[in-house]
Design a protein around this ligand. Structure first.
Ligand code: SAM
Length: 207
């Protein structure tokens, strides 16, 4: 990942959302993007030019656009019409973004548009976030990914899962579900001070 003066940046041409530029690079703000926050907190996270990424919860494509600056191709899934419109505009200018109007709880409906990917990135504020990730395991390349291990990143919004339970309880239950599904947990971190009650769970497939 590229850092300039302690700031995370990406190298795409042209701004997408009036982001700041530094020395010709696009500043990737950790307060606006959970993935940028994770990259600031965990320097082992890396995106490489040969990667294909499946991105669930693309929203208006701001984080997607930074990911696209680093990797080969991003399949970006979003179901809400308004952010989807913005995502389509972003994808018009960045040809390595494949926008998909789809519901992440029903991957069978958009499976024909996908190929097997190196990395799944999920940021959907839904009650069954672990279940959504598990449904996408067939799209992950076994044993590939960053450092030969990382194949999925779940941005867990604990309040969306169950507001009555503590973030720590929701987190522990999610970890258990992911490991029961055959994922190994490579790293976890809470995204403080950038995002509250959000945990990043970095997973590999298998041992
Ligand atoms: N990842 C985005 C970013 O960094 O710019 C922000 C994502 S926002 C927290 C969550 C997004 O997930 C929303 O745009 C929402 O519409 C989308 N979403 C929620 N449930 C979804 C589902 N079942 N299928 C597809 N998109 C979903």
């Amino acid at each position: 990942m590229i850092r300039i003066d302690g700031q995370l940046v990406s190298a795409g041409s042209g701004g997408v959302y009036n982001e700041r530029m530094v020395k010709g690079y696009r500043v990737w703000d950790p307060y606006r993007s959970k993935l940028a926050a994770l990259c600031m907190l965990d320097e082992s996270v890396d995106l490489t030019t040969d990667m294909k990424v499946l991105y669930l919860g693309a929203a208006n494509g701001t984080t997607v656009s930074h990911v696209a600056d680093y990797v080969d191709c991003v399949y970006a899934v979003e179901f809400a019409p308004r952010p989807l419109r913005d995502l389509l505009t972003v994808a018009e200018k960045r040809k390595n973004i494949v926008p998909i109007a789809g519901d992440a709880t029903r991957p069978d409906r958009y499976a024909p548009f996908l190929e097997v990917v190196d990395l799944l990135y999920q940021d959907v504020a839904q009650p069954d976030q672990a279940g959504i990730l598990i449904k996408h395991l067939p799209f992950l390349k076994q044993g590939s990914g960053i450092d030969g291990g990382m194949t999925a990143i779940l941005m867990l919004k604990t309040r969306s899962v169950d507001i009555r339970r503590t973030p720590e309880e929701v987190f522990a239950e999610t970890i258990e579900r992911l490991t029961d599904a055959g994922l190994s947990i490579l790293n976890t971190c809470w995204l403080e001070p950038y995002h509250h009650d959000h945990a990043a769970i970095v997973c590999g497939v298998g041992e």
